[in-house]
Design a protein around this ligand. Structure first.
Ligand code: NAD
Length: 674
């Protein structure tokens, strides 16, 4: 069968040959793929039986006798049932949109994005359908993938596919203006949203962790994160350096060369500093080095110290991967008095006990064994290590290092570990998050966030053309932009002008750009016109990271700079996904968990196909406006000054927008009340 027939067929009508599930490497023949860690053995005997029963419901009865022991072996060996036997044999990657079998172009666009999120060049553990973050799943198992692709191949533009944590519940009649797909991931009754609930219900096959862009098919590889990381690192140095000084020869120390964290060295190079990025997994470090995302590899602290002294003396711009535990570097640099200007951490502490964080003093493989076989002991090791980690950071910040939490739950988990990490008031942490100090006030409050697009033709020439269109649009906006956002405009124009040269495309022809509401709408409008005029070879798919102005309620990250007490509510994210869905999104998604952890965040996103039609023009204006201004309105109501400025400006521009504004209260009036 050719590719189109295989997609349209869904679950094959004859049982594919058995595979050796004892070793996924030999089974898939893709030895270069890394595999998800073995998950915790958490189900009782009855629950395991339920998990097998749940898995078998995707298949005809006559296959059950053969599949039941196989799925039970997968559950035992890997802690999950991935249904490896049903993994497609065709190459997984985003094809040009015209290559998908589909009755409507919107559905074909979604298929393209799904395949991009499972491409082994893009995804972290593609065989286990994990795109990034160790647990960010597109689907729970291969049956869900096969069925979803089949539904998409047959849907018309008067149907909507509803996905429950990867499970395609089915096609339901809707209308042309409705989203083609509605995605929910990890939606739990709030009391069942503890980390072990994810382990349990995911193992049973009834929920999944969609991270942010994995379960909504909007991940575009590390490029997506390079831009945001560059903005963060650049502004962290701007905050700390005297005017006129540059980051050259100054140190940015951090950890993680995984899915998103792998963007840090590249961002450091663009920002112009010395980046030291520690990574315990030698394979991950070598992969990033081979891909050109980090300049050099060093595997012991003696060599690192020698190399860094040279780099400092030469005011070099260089990125170095330290293959080892980041704590070694924090401690050694404190001992050696090597001054770290900016420090952070991007280990996956949103997932601390299942492979996200490797404790000091244990080997990489030793940790992997312990987390699967002695989870309680491993948890203790993680907590001991976090206390040591935080103490080592403190020794450096006492000398003036600017340390910020990179939204990976470092401070949250350190506090749970009993590290000395709280501020004097006992409520806040003693270090800020990158959103509190940088992205919140400078970007989100003004509406700047990680807008992105994918060229559905797959043609690099289209990407180049969209970069040029974008630069033109931004330069025109910059002329009349108020002084409050001139720096952001300048940074974004520089980014888009250099984006092609930075060669960050992995997988689909995609681009990320931090833009505000005006920018996003005008860029999208220009793209739609270019599609209509035939200047581009195919449609454009718009989207964004969930890590944005309005899409995410996350008290220790996206909404950490909300100070009216509402940061523990999730109304904004829910309004956003509902609001986007009836304003023209092609697909919408809402997730529990993502970045900071299961139960710690609600986040949503959208995808929108621009096919050059007048309808697409109307949709993009309506939806993108709400998608940004919902969050600005909420941030303004929380008394964030920059958001108050932005929403008032927007109301002057659009007389249909009427937002409730907050009155300020004199502090003196409140001081003596209690
Ligand atoms: N890049 C961003 O802009 C951004 C924004 C918000 C949050 N985050 C968060 O950053 C974290 C990392 O994301 P990711 O996609 O790269 O995850 P990932 O799991 O792919 O990568 C994390 C890496 O850290 C390494 N690591 C773990 N413990 C270590 C230790 N003690 N020393 C050295 N290396 C260690 C792991 O081996 C792994 O390769 C996540 O929690 C994510 O939510 C990133």
């Amino acid at each position: 069968m050719d590719f189109k027939s295989l997609i349209a067929h869904g679950i094959p009508s004859t049982l594919p040959a058995a595979v050796d599930t004892s070793t996924p490497l030999s089974m898939t023949g893709r030895s270069e793929n890394t595999h998800a860690p073995k998950r915790k053995d958490i189900l009782s005997k009855e629950e395991k039986i339920l998990a097998i029963r749940n898995a078998l419901r995707y298949f005809p009865k006559e296959w059950h006798a053969e599949l039941a022991p196989e799925f039970s072996a997968e559950l035992k060996d890997y802690g999950r049932i991935y249904m490896y036997r049903f993994m497609p044999t065709y190459k997984m990657h985003a094809r040009s949109i015209s290559e998908y079998p589909a009755k409507c172009e919107q559905a074909a666009g979604i298929m393209l994005m799904i395949q991009n999120n499972l491409d082994s060049a893009v995804a972290q553990h593609p065989d286990e359908l994990i795109t990034y973050g160790g647990n960010g799943a597109v689907f729970q198992n291969w049956a869900q993938y096969l069925l979803t692709m089949k539904y998409l191949s047959e849907m018309t533009d008067e149907q909507t596919l509803h996905l429950y944590s990867g499970h395609p519940m089915g096609l339901f009649p809707s209308g042309k203006e409705a989203p083609r797909v509605v995605v929910t991931n990890g939606m739990m009754i709030p009391n069942y949203s503890k980390p072990d609930d994810w382990e349990k219900y995911n193992a049973m096959g009834v929920t999944q962790y969609g991270q942010m862009t994995a379960g909504s098919f909007m991940y575009i590889g590390p490029q997506g994160i390079v831009h945001g990381t560059t903005i963060t690192v650049m502004n962290a140095f701007r905050m700390k350096l005297e005017e006129g000084d540059t980051p050259a020869g100054k140190i940015f120390l951090t950890a993680g060369l995984g899915g998103m964290s792998g963007a840090q060295p590249k961002a450091g190079n663009i920002a112009g500093c010395i980046t030291i990025c520690a990574e315990v997994n030698a394979a991950a470090a070598h992969k990033r080095h081979d891909q050109g995302w980090v300049d050099e590899l060093v595997d012991n602290t003696d060599d690192l110290v020698t190399r860094i002294k040279k780099a400092k003396a030469g005011k070099e711009v260089v990125s170095i991967a330290y293959v080892g535990n980041v704590i070694d570097v924090w401690e050694r640099f404190a001992d050696e008095d090597i001054f770290i200007h900016v420090g952070s951490d991007q280990t996956s502490l949103h997932n601390p006990f299942a492979g996200g964080y490797y404790p000091a003093g244990l080997g990489f493989e030793e940790s992997n064994e312990m987390m699967a076989n002695e989870p309680d002991k491993f948890k203790e090791e993680v907590y001991t290590s976090l206390r040591r980690h935080a103490a080592a950071v403190d020794r450096n910040t006492a000398k003036g290092t600017y340390f910020f939490d990179y939204g990976n739950a470092f401070l949250l988990e350190s506090s749970r570990a009993g590290a000395d990490i709280m501020a004097e008031n006992g409520i806040d942490f003693k270090y800020p998050s990158y959103v509190q100090d940088i992205l919140g006030p400078m970007c989100f409050d003004y509406g700047f966030g990680p807008f992105r697009w994918v060229c559905a033709s797959g043609d690099p020439a289209d990407l180049k053309k969209t970069d040029e269109i974008t630069a033109r649009v931004l330069r025109a906006i910059q002329i009349t932009a108020p002084k409050e956002i001139q720096q952001q405009m300048a940074d974004n124009i520089k980014w888009i002008e250099e984006a092609g040269d930075n060669q960050m495309v992995v997988g689909s022809q995609a681009r990320i750009l931090y833009a505000d509401s005006e920018g996003r709408i005008k860029i999208a409008e220009a793209f739609n016109k270019a599609v209509a005029a035939g200047e581009l070879n195919g449609s454009i798919i718009l989207g964004r990271d969930h890590h944005d102005v309005s899409g995410t309620d996350s008290p220790y990250r996206e909404t950490s700079n909300i100070y009216d007490g509402s940061k523990f509510t999730a109304d904004m994210a829910i309004h956003n996904v509902i609001g986007d869905s009836f304003r023209g999104a092609t697909w919408v998604s809402i997730h529990n968990g993502g970045g900071v952890g299961w139960g710690e965040v609600m986040n949503g996103g959208f995808g929108m196909l621009l096919d050059g039609t007048d309808e697409a023009d109307a949709r993009l204006k309506n939806m993108l406006h709400y998608d940004v201004n919902n969050g600005i309105a909420r941030r303004s109501w929380a008394r964030n000054e920059n958001a108050q400025f932005a929403i008032k400006r927007e109301m002057e521009r659009n007389d249909k927008l009427k937002v409730t504004l907050a009155n300020s209260v004199d502090d003196g009036l409140l001081d003596n009340l209690f």
